[in-house]
Write a protein of this length. Structure first.
Length: 95
């Protein structure tokens, strides 16, 4: 199984608050892309949210750290960062 899918499955099977993040991320189209300069990222493309995973960077982290990375990406969706960012510098918005 893909490492990102394993962590997503883990989030969905969690009995605590993390299951919420799992449902948010499970609704995203999953894209595996070694070219993105971060372990993970989200975008809104063709009227759907996309979750991008760079497996080379993502797999350097423990499962707990991977969950934290994915939770942060889900927070970008939940807090409408993607839609509000528009043409602003993405480096300032990825905090």
């Amino acid at each position: 199984m893909n490492p990102a899918k394993e962590v997503l499955t883990s989030l969905l099977s969690d009995s605590g608050d993390l299951i919420f993040y799992g449902f948010i991320l499970a609704s995203c189209k999953l894209n595996i892309d070694e070219k993105i300069p971060a372990p993970a990222g989200v975008g809104f493309i063709n009227n759907e949210f996309n979750l991008f995973i760079n497996p080379d960077l993502f797999n350097k982290y423990s499962n707990l750290e991977k969950k934290a990375i994915l939770n942060q990406e889900a927070d970008h969706i939940i807090l409408s960062h993607i839609l509000r960012r528009r043409m602003n510098n993405p480096l300032f918005w990825n905090i």
